[in-house]
Design a protein around this ligand. Structure first.
Ligand code: SF4
Length: 362
């Protein structure tokens, strides 16, 4: 592949290539479409942080998700646009370098949006040489999100990502200082847009014009870090688990079931339906598992260390609370299976509402 410098010496050979961040949402899809229409050769990249709800739904397949299209939004958008998409797993690094101590803090939940954008755009910058790309672009819209998309935030992200002048936001370009791709004539600024704010009216009209029908609703993507309930579980996790022993399987567990903190070192996770029960059983065989005997009900797992027999009783009572269609049972038999091989059965009354409320996390 010829470099841009070579191409500029031979103008007839000019082919501009750009790396675009593609979430698969409407904005990033439109950004790709706008530049593709200008003849830019696009390499779309999708960074997988480990916090995308759709990825998780695909694995669990809850009843309510049956029949839904849970395919990867970015891959679907790339296929519709006929552009290559590279999916890059950054989950391990993201957890340590972005989520635990974000320089710019969190948004309304546990979403470190500014640090997240900077991190991803640095990765995109690093890919420029590999793909012989001349600039990077995103589907960001000025003032669409309070934390990460106001004017100063966009400038901060561009600077900290090491992309000064080389980061194009085609949807809001006319409201932002001209970038090198515009100044050099690699893209025509006049054909870019000047969208601002949270309304999606313009984007939806463009989607209709371009025949783009397959995009996620509502806007905001599938990032579970913006979910306040997930945020409470994550905060609880960060509070009780020393960072050196955190692992991504724990994060996976935060997305499943009802969570109860029994004490500082112990949590119970109770499946909410058959798909979650199966997921817990199969993915966490190394944890103590609880299940009702003779009646239908959830599978629950203990996450952490038990300190006293009372811990098993509390866990069994919480599990008993969610047995199927037996609200008036005064006692339920719950079997407790240890990965070490021992099994015991406890007859317990289901936990009362006050106990449930006092221990539930998120
Ligand atoms: S919503 Fe999630 S994926 Fe999107 S910028 Fe914020 S932290 Fe990153």
């Amino acid at each position: 592949m010829r470099t841009l410098r070579t191409q500029l010496r031979h103008p007839t050979l000019i082919m501009v290539r750009a790396i675009g961040l593609l979430s698969g949402g409407l904005d990033s899809t439109l950004a790709c479409r706008l530049l593709k229409d200008q003849g830019v050769d696009i390499i779309a990249v999708h960074f997988s942080t480990g916090f995308c709800l759709n990825d998780h739904r695909r694995v669990i397949r809850r009843r309510k998700d049956q029949g839904k299209d849970l395919s990867n939004d970015a891959l679907r958008a790339g296929a519709n646009l006929d552009i290559p998409v590279e999916v890059i797993d950054i989950s391990q690094e993201y957890f340590q370098k972005v989520l635990l101590q974000p320089k710019y803090g969190y948004g309304s939940a546990m979403n470190p949006c500014l640090d997240c954008r900077i991190f991803m755009l640095r990765k995109a910058r690093d890919l420029m040489a590999e793909y012989d790309a001349q600039f990077v672009f995103t589907g960001e819209v000025l003032d669409q999100r309070p934390m990460s998309q106001h004017f100063r935030a966009l400038q901060t992200v561009e600077r900290e990502a090491g992309l000064e002048g080389l980061l194009l936001r085609p949807l809001s370009a006319k409201l932002l200082p001209p970038t090198i791709p515009e100044k050099m004539g690699w893209v025509d600024r006049e054909k870019l847009l000047g969208i601002r704010g949270r309304s999606r009216k313009v984007q939806m009209a463009l989607a209709e014009k371009y025949g783009i029908v397959d995009y996620p609703q509502p806007a905001g993507g599938c990032c579970v870090l913006v979910d306040p309930n997930f945020a409470k579980r994550l905060q609880d996790y960060l509070l009780h688990r020393p960072t050196e022993v955190m692992d991504l399987r724990d994060i996976l567990l935060l997305k499943v079931g009802r969570h109860f903190r029994i004490h500082d070192g112990l949590k119970l996770v109770v499946g909410r339906e058959e798909a979650e029960n199966n997921f817990l059983r199969l993915r966490f065989p190394d944890r103590i598992q609880l299940q009702p005997v003779r009646v239908k009900g959830p599978l629950a797992i203990l996450d952490g260390e038990t300190r006293a027999d009372e811990d098993f009783v509390v866990a069994a009572r919480l599990t008993a609370r969610y047995v199927d269609k037996t609200p008036n049972l005064s006692a339920v038999a719950i079997s407790v299976h240890s990965p070490a091989g021992w099994v015991r059965t406890l007859e317990v009354p289901p936990a009362e509402e006050a106990l449930v409320r006092s221990l539930q996390v998120g």
